[in-house]
Design a protein around this ligand. Structure first.
Ligand code: N2P
Length: 351
């Protein structure tokens, strides 16, 4: 499934009728006023958590992860410890297959109507039965143009011997392999033994050029001047380009990942009612704007987009152009091949 169209500012969309009916299964239960969220680092503003607690009296504990794979491992071993998780599209697909998610009660999420139709009903969760979009985004290249004078338009321009020791990349095997595949003209979901062997040949040359692996805050090495180039999450890139004109954002010419990060309730969650309340809360346009202000990813909430400044909407990392959109692709669940990627990257890093 490839989404090539995505409105930048679109109008209001008629969709899920928000019938806020009382008396659903979740609302009837009396839950203690607690909520445990397991989410990406640098993605959920402290201010949003505070505002939620102030309004509802629900105390929130937050635990962070830096990759989908880290989240999955803890979720599977943790046995119902979390009320909300924040997986990307391909992991939602896997979790649904594995029956690890609670079906959502849409009656408790009337604010879902603010999400643009381009972000709903996607292949990994038809009808959004289990997940609600948090933010979308891409993975792209940041160039410090004060230091790098040659044009960098894609992964193969970036991973060159002359940039050795001047590069930060995400510490994320699935992402890294997708860049190598893209440079070979293959999509991010063409993963099997053969294609991984080809990716290895590329990465064996690329990875020794990397100075820093960082998925939490890859912008830091660029701001500090430790490196001059990076492959980073779009929200990190957006912060850099807004902060200093010397940073340029590039959507790699070979193609790159379009992720849809979402909220979902794991099976066995102890506070599903509170989790629904939180989901509906963050879909409120004013709250969603708070998220964009701090973490400028692609906000899928059309009413929140209306509250963003011209500068925010014009940030090329936050909102890719229609032409750039054509180069984006979502990840699919690749089942057991995920561990082969893990082995490959661990092995290459050790060399
Ligand atoms: C936020 C990480 C973005 C998530 N720090 C990438 N899927």
């Amino acid at each position: 499934m490839k989404r090539t169209v995505w409105t930048r500012l679109g109008g209001m969309l008629g969709m899920v009728a928000g019938l806020a009916l009382a008396g659903s299964a979740f609302a009837q239960k009396t839950e203690e006023k607690a909520l445990r969220i397991f989410c990406w680092s640098e993605y959920v503003p402290q201010g949003v958590i505070k505002a939620f607690t102030k309004e509802t009296g629900i105390k929130v504990s937050v635990e962070n992860y830096a990759s989908n794979e880290e989240m999955l491992a803890k979720l599977v071993s943790g046995g119902g410890a979390y009320d909300l998780i924040q997986p990307s599209e391909y992991v939602i697909e896997a979790l649904i297959k594995d029956r690890r998610l609670e079906a959502l009660d849409k009656d408790q999420i009337p604010n879902l109507k603010h999400i643009g139709s381009d972000f709903l009903d996607l292949g990994f969760d038809k009808g959004n039965r289990y997940s609600v979009p948090w933010m979308a985004g891409t993975v792209g290249i940041v160039v410090n143009t004060a230091k790098v004078k040659d044009p960098v338009t894609g992964f193969s321009d970036l991973f060159q011997e002359k940039y050795k020791g001047r590069i930060v990349v995400l510490d994320d095997g699935r992402e890294i392999v997708s860049w190598a595949l893209a440079s070979l003209g293959m999509g991010p979901n063409e993963i099997n033994k053969k294609t991984l062997a080809k990716a290895r040949e590329v990465l064996v040359k690329w990875l020794p050029l990397v100075k820093v692996y960082d998925s939490d805050s890859p912008k830091t090495a660029l701001i500090n001047g430790d490196v001059d180039l990076g492959v980073v999450w779009s929200g990190e890139g957006a912060i850099l380009v807004a902060q200093n004109k010397k940073f340029r954002w590039v959507v790699p010419k070979e193609g790159t990942h379009l992720f849809i990060d979402s909220l979902a309730i794991p099976k066995g969650a102890k506070h599903p009612g509170n989790a629904h309340q939180f989901i509906n809360f963050i879909l409120r346009p004013d709250i969603s704007k708070m998220i964009s202000d701090e973490f400028p990813y692609t906000n899928p909430n059309l009413e929140a987009q209306k509250l963003l400044s011209k500068e925010q909407l014009a940030n090329p990392a936050s909102f890719p152009s229609a032409e750039e959109m054509k180069r984006l692709e979502v990840f699919r669940d690749i089942g057991g091949m995920a561990s082969s990627i893990d082995e490959l990257i661990t092995d290459l890093k050790a060399q």
